[in-house]
Design a protein around this ligand. Sequence first.
Ligand SMILES: [Ca+2]
Length: 140
Amino acid sequence: MFTVLNQTLLCLCFPVSHSQITRLYSRFHSLDKGENGALSREDFQRIPELAINPLGDRIINAFFPEGEDQVNFRGFMRTLAHFRPVEDNEKNKDPTSGEPLNSRANKLLFAFRLYDLDRDDKISRDELLQVRESCLMSRL
Ligand SMILES: [Ca+2]
């Protein structure tokens, strides 16, 4: 059950309004086909926009911490926060790093991780070529 307390806590951690959180929770719940309060990779793959996106699998992977195969609503919100416009707002700060999730540095790190498939903190020539090929193939 998604309570007002949960909603308030999320508002404090992520710079979104109560109504936005309610909408996102509704979307999260509709994607949760297993009805276990968490999303799997398969749940994400049913999103049409991701299914046709050449980087869809990489974007989906970004929702899952290393070794995890489920993401709860908090983790879902945490990843989505990277997509918010850059703001110089103290409320956006990531409690673990002190840096807002939607800061330029975190957006850049998020994009970097989309390329760095083996998570060795380097983008190899092959990783770069794979992205280019994926994008080119999607245009055919
Ligand atoms: Ca790499």
